[in-house]
Ligand binder design. Sequence first.
Ligand code: HEC
Ligand code: HEC
Length: 313
Amino acid sequence: MKTRLLEITFLSLLIASFASCNDAKQKEYTEAKTVQPTVAAIEGKKLMEQKCNLCHSPSSQETGRIAPPMVAVKSHYLDDNTSKEEFANAIWNFVEKPSKAKSKMKGAVFNFGLMPYQPFNEGDIRKIADYIYDYKIEEPSLNASETLTPSEIGMEYALSTKKELGKNLMGTIQSKGTLEAVTFCNKQAYPITDSMATAQNAKIKRVSDQPRNPENQASVKEIKYIKDFKRAIAAGNEVTPIVEHTNGMTNFYYPITTNTMCLQCHGNSKTQIEPLVLNTIKNLYPEDKALEYDVNQVRGIWAITFDDNSINK
Ligand code: HEC
Ligand code: HEC
């Protein structure tokens, strides 16, 4: 598949250029049983996964590549002489208020645009930095499998759409601000550019039990799936897509979860959404139910249908 090949080439480049850091002395938290991770490290890892990996994930499959993987950030902020404290200070210095002047990764700023400002907590960032300093961070890996299951195909559609939406949303917030981005979200449909999606008559929807736009109201069945996903995520279980086959079609469902960036428009209406933004949302969506979310909650689901026939042909 062409897109896959492109991605692999791109990833190989990424790995070649980024994976040169001195990780040999790092502790292997996930694989090695010999090193007992500290409570602080477990917390740091979790915080990183929640707050950074949306953009800095090692796998571009999960998010689309919209920022360098964290292992690349690490290699630019760490050399043999960097102390743990210097490392945490440097990370916080940038994240507190990202700017081109402070950047040590001009190439990344050029490729992805400057990291958007997000109101992070200094204590959290220091825990994340300490974890990154002490432990080996996952590197991008390749999934060489060429034959895709319906579940993997659904996931590709979901992720490529999410990537496209996410990139445009972040881009609009960066260049024009949150207010302008609301109008962008309102007008923007999801153009299906993927040739496979076109061949399979793929229909890609985002639906919610608490929709902003009433057109995105989930059906009774979809609401049940949303409940199931909420339960799994609240319990900390791994989430797998729901896949059904009916009349030669595959129906695919997967949760859409919130992160810090979403709260500017879906968070606490008193403390997290600017009054002007809230006003605009209220005007555009008088029946809005998509407020008062926190991070890592199920905002809705991808509901994707496509033809079974053309799979892997
Ligand atoms: C919404 C997407 C997004 C999230 C979430 C995010 N970042 Fe970033 N970050 C970026 C992008 C894009 C870049 C590359 C451009 C740049 O360097 O500014 C980047 C770059 C960086 C850099 C390198 C900056 C430089 O240029 O020297 C650091 C350090 C960083 N991020 C830390 C973090 C940490 C820590 C978190 C989690 C608390 C985080 N980021 C969450 C988008 C994000
Ligand atoms: C700049 C404001 C803004 C940000 C930031 C934002 N959204 Fe939205 N979101 C909207 C608007 C406006 C709509 C309604 C779009 C429409 O009319 O279809 C919406 C709709 C949605 C929907 C479709 C269901 C519904 O409620 O109509 C989902 C799901 C969703 N957003 C999830 C997210 C997630 C997850 C994030 C963070 C990654 C996010 N949004 C960030 C403004 C925003």
